[in-house]
Write a protein that binds this ligand. Sequence first.
Ligand SMILES: CC(C)(COP(=O)(O)OP(=O)(O)OC[C@H]1O[C@@H](n2cnc3c(N)ncnc32)[C@H](O)[C@@H]1OP(=O)(O)O)[C@@H](O)C(=O)NCCC(=O)NCCS
Length: 324
Amino acid sequence: MTFQLRLSRSILEEMLAQARAELPNECCGLLAGFLAKGTGRVEKRYPLVNAAASPVEYLSEPRSMFLADKDMRRRGLRLLAIYHSHPTTVPIPSKKDLANHYSPEVVHLIISLASDEPEVRGWWLTESDYRPADWVSVEEQMHNPFLIGATIYLRPLESGDIPKLVAWFNDPEVLRTVLRSDPITREVEEQWLTRIGQSPTDLVLGIAKRESNQLLGVTGLHRIDWQSRHAEFGIAIGEKNEWGKGYGTEATRLILGHAFRTLNLHRVWLHVLAGHLSALRAYEKTGFVQEGILRQQLYKEGRYQDLVTMAILRSEWEALSNEH
Ligand SMILES: CC(C)(COP(=O)(O)OP(=O)(O)OC[C@H]1O[C@@H](n2cnc3c(N)ncnc32)[C@H](O)[C@@H]1OP(=O)(O)O)[C@@H](O)C(=O)NCCC(=O)NCCS
């Protein structure tokens, strides 16, 4: 059966950077992702510690292996490849590679730093032999990109996204951070998507990772007032393990750019729970200013909670844009 390992250019660059950073020793790591129709699509790289700390062999340190394995299970990823570097020799399996690392079911990528230009080759290994494995690094094609950032892009939502939206917006951990509290069904979400797609006063976009096209959440503008030229900003990153990685800030900046540069809005505002520190910080970083507190405005989790009103004016956004 034919098999091709596909990884993004950015993951390949990260592997090369690791190999250089760990010189003079060999580096090692794992690549995990999804397998479909003879293609292994790498979603995630797990750098491992080389317990041998040697320029001629590697030994994956058990704890880093254990943590990588645990994370793969949690994300539903499967191991697709093992990689290591050869600091001074060609990218061909050594006798030690064959003897120590007999994993016939995954591709072994070897990064050679022997010459100025690094060389990477893929292999299938048995205990005593090896044969070439097919692999490519690709610039991932973005899917319907509408607004493009450095690590994420915003795209229209599709009916195929609905199962993810339903899972996110029923998740208690996500719900406790947003203003609404009611459960959502697939049917309701389908109707919402149709309605929002036709609404002249709403703009909703999915947030996807450039590296893998994975959908992380949704963001947009609501209650757009075309006369007074203001709109309410909304965002929810539903993938909890992607919180705190800068994606929310980047998505907010993309929407603000679109709001002021393309839609010609004058003011973008939002309401956020007063105790939601990461959201407050992300909004402050993108230029939103606190305007006031709506005291005990929202009853949630057994108590009345304050809402903070924040807004950014076009002039403030322009001043910030000129600074960067
Ligand atoms: C709120 C949300 C949009 C923020 O996006 P994110 O990608 O997680 O956040 P970012 O990484 O861009 O920025 C978060 C900032 O808050 C900081 N932060 C995180 N936790 C914090 C805390 N407890 N106290 C203070 N600051 C905190 C981070 O350090 C980071 O600031 P820094 O870059 O200056 O270090 C996202 O977490 C989310 O969608 N959560 C679920 C739904 C939601 O809350 N929606 C918003 C409702 S108003």
